[in-house]
Design a binder for this molecule. Sequence first.
Ligand code: HAM
Length: 419
Amino acid sequence: MSSFQAPKGVSEYFPPISEQFEYVRDQLLRTARLAGYSLIELPVFEDTEVFTRGVGESTDVVSKEMYTFEDRGGRSITLRPEGTAGVMRAVIEHNLDRGQLPVKLFYTGPFFRAERPQAGRYRQFYQVGIEAIGYNDPEIDVEVIAVADSAFKALGLKKYRLNITSLGDAQSRDAHRKDLVKYISTLKLDEATVSRAQLNPLRLFDDKRDEVKAAMAKAPLLLDYLSAQSKQHFEKVKVLLTDIGIAYEIKPTMVRGLDYYTGTTFEFDHEMLGAQSGIGGGGRYDGLMSSLGGADVSGIGFGLGVDRILMACQAENSLPSVINQIQLFIAPITETGKSHAFKLLAELRSSGITCDMAYGDRALKGAMKAADKSGAKYGLVIGDDEISSGRCELKLMSSGEVISSSLELSDLIKRIGNK
Ligand code: HAM
């Protein structure tokens, strides 16, 4: 019988790479926390309509990529393909927008899209996201972008770029849509593309086919249709970004993969990742809450792809070489040594020292091999001599250097804890 394999296209992490994954995710979360965002923990599945209405029927995400199934009660359920629609559902359901504004939330976890798997594109992937709900301020737009930027910098990344544009307010989009639809009607397109354009004509800017790309090169750009207010907002965003030293490029044809965006939108690309270079993206979504049945409250946020950011850090070699190091590894070499070590571990751990020991019946050589493999900073051997004298030899594992040749076992916590 053949053994099982994980479903096609999912990302999985196990030691030692899972240490890097955890480090990257925690740095991203830390930066969100530093900017005053708090955790929101949500279900990984929602009523399908949260996404069809929230994310939009013209998107690939909704039309082709959702994991949708009927639950045992006959309800249509979908594994979350993204985080924003679910956050809005929760904000509306629990009246989170009735208190102090903006509501600033962060989340992390797995997301699911039935895409064609390739390097950096998975069917289950991980995001860290933030949402700032309640104000339509250029300052908040820039705060959100700056949180992502600082997170990348904290991870030591350098080779990434920020692209921004504005999708304007409803007035800007209506004016542009009229001209864009007129322009598109002059093009020779297949039926599927025409119906996609009817749902959202902006999608054609994102078409990967050369002939469509060429035809869209002369299409009217939304940035040229911004209302006075939207223009002013976008200008302020640019000034603020420059003020805080964040470089950007304006990309007027940028189309995000989700339909809820309005106003400022942005994407971060990493130069060393090949085809799947998007390490994060987001933007403003001023109509989303009302379209899900809530009040007309604005919001902006981002989703960062943890899997791809990890790949970017590996490509730039920007991660610390040692993460989550075990501080002490104990190699017991006699039966009494083993029970002694076992008790000692419990004491050390309750004092906050990360430690482990060699299990099983191993002679000195085997126990030392286990100590080496553990990657621990310090190592010590416990046998009958150490127990009767109450002293041990504490070694630095990397060099074998003896740190203390006769350390009282009872002083271990002080010695290692102080390091
Ligand atoms: P998104 O651009 O669809 O936005 O996804 C955000 C990030 O998730 C992408 O830039 C990418 O790094 C990662 N990602 C997306 N799909 C995959 C995949 N199949 N495999 C690996 N990584 C992937 C959103 O999801 C919005 N909810 C972001 C947002 C929050 N907008 C406003 N608030």
